[in-house]
Design a protein around this ligand. Structure first.
Ligand code: OFO
Length: 176
């Protein structure tokens, strides 16, 4: 059985993952509205991954004999409030740094409670955050390099179009 404090922390994170999905959906909407369909695709795939994280976490809570509490999900920024792809991907990085801090806090709590199972569970997310931050930084670097060059921007957009959703937890059929 998981402790109440850890169950609450994971439950909050379930809601945070749904907020991440909602945020990336809003960003995807902005990108699509400005003709960057590749970036829209990349962000939509990201939104789907965030929903998979939420489901994975609530299933873990169930496995440990706890139930998640579903709270209201905050509204993301309006799609029209973004001003450029650089603005969007910088906001992605700012958001992911906050998520990393939250995941690290859960890992610390699991360690303090000697909950080895939960620690092992959350370590998947610790590693995932390294990858997410690195992917976002790589796109920001490309955007800096590309600047206002529309040809290169469209090349980058085409590359972002190639991203496909892959269920991060293939044994879980709910996430196909
Ligand atoms: Fe769930 O990894 Fe991003 O937020």
């Amino acid at each position: 059985m998981i402790s109440e404090a850890l169950a609450n922390a994971l439950s909050d994170q379930v809601n945070a993952e749904y907020y991440s999905a909602y945020l990336y959906q809003a960003m995807s909407t902005y990108a699509e509205s400005t003709g960057f369909k590749g970036a829209a695709n990349w962000l939509w795939v990201q939104a789907r991954e965030e929903m998979a994280h939420a489901v994975h976490m609530y299933q873990y809570l169930l496995d440990r004999g706890a139930l998640p509490t579903y709270a209201a999900i905050d509204a993301p920024p309006a799609p029209a409030s973004f001003s450029s792809l650089m603005d969007v991907f910088q906001a992605v990085l700012v958001h992911e740094l906050k998520v990393t801090a939250r995941i690290n806090d859960i890992a610390t709590l699991a360690m303090q409670e000697n909950d080895h199972a939960c620690y092992q569970f959350i370590m998947w997310y610790v590693n995932e955050q390294v990858e997410e931050e690195s992917n976002d930084k790589a796109i920001i670097d490309r955007l800096k390099f590309v600047g206002e060059n529309m040809g290169q921007l469209l090349t980058l957009d085409n590359e972002l179009a190639a991203r496909v959703y892959v269920n991060p937890f293939p044994t879980d059929v709910k996430l196909m």
